[in-house]
Design a binder for this molecule. Structure first.
Ligand code: MG
Length: 180
């Protein structure tokens, strides 16, 4: 029999939020990207609602594991504890490395194809706080190679969660009602 001991969800959530904030990003800044992604479809959407969905995303185990893994690699690279050639790939945020985006996909995958679309969009535009993290200058001290994608993926996943909850178009609702 496996042990049935279970970590409380609150404990895990608090740890992940702490790790994100220690790397210089507040959840509100991620929620702002979510609001930006969804407000054209839902004009009444508020930052508070987006924050609720950010929290919901961070409660998911897949998301927590991606955050723990990505941030750890950024921190190890920053401290010079990763061997070459990976060290240089991570420190320079090499464009063809690509594993940072792959890790972030494990976050948006939870929300299906709409998550993927939203992530592709923020990955290209790097809105809000993502821009600050996406610093490719060679003399920078911080490494955010994984973190910028993690932030974008959490924002995109929350936007998808909002869409799944609110964005049923009137036409679709009517079509279902007609057939019901
Ligand atoms: Mg990156």
């Amino acid at each position: 029999m496996h042990a049935t001991t279970k970590l409380s969800d609150d404990l895990k959530y608090d740890l992940i939020v702490k790790r994100i904030e220690e790397r210089g990003v507040k959840l509100e800044e991620i929620a702002e990207i979510t609001l930006d992604l969804q407000k054209k479809y839902l004009p009444e959407l508020t930052l508070d609602i987006c924050m609720d969905h950010i929290k919901r995303v961070i409660m998911k185990r897949e998301v927590q594991h991606a955050v723990l893994t990505g941030l750890e690699l950024d921190i190890l690279a920053e401290k010079g504890l990763i061997s070459e050639p990976l060290s240089t790939l991570l420190k320079s945020d090499y464009g063809l490395y690509g594993i940072d985006e792959i890790l972030a996909l494990s976050i948006v995958n939870v929300y299906g194809s709409i998550g993927l679309t939203n992530f592709g969009y923020v990955d290209k535009l790097k809105p809000g706080v993502m821009k600050k993290l996406d610093n490719k200058s060679p003399d920078k001290k911080e490494v955010h190679t994984f973190f910028d994608d993690i932030v974008g993926a959490i924002a995109a996943a929350a936007a998808s969660s909002v869409a799944h909850k609110y964005a049923e178009s009137e036409a679709v609702v009517k079509a279902y009602e007609k057939e019901a």
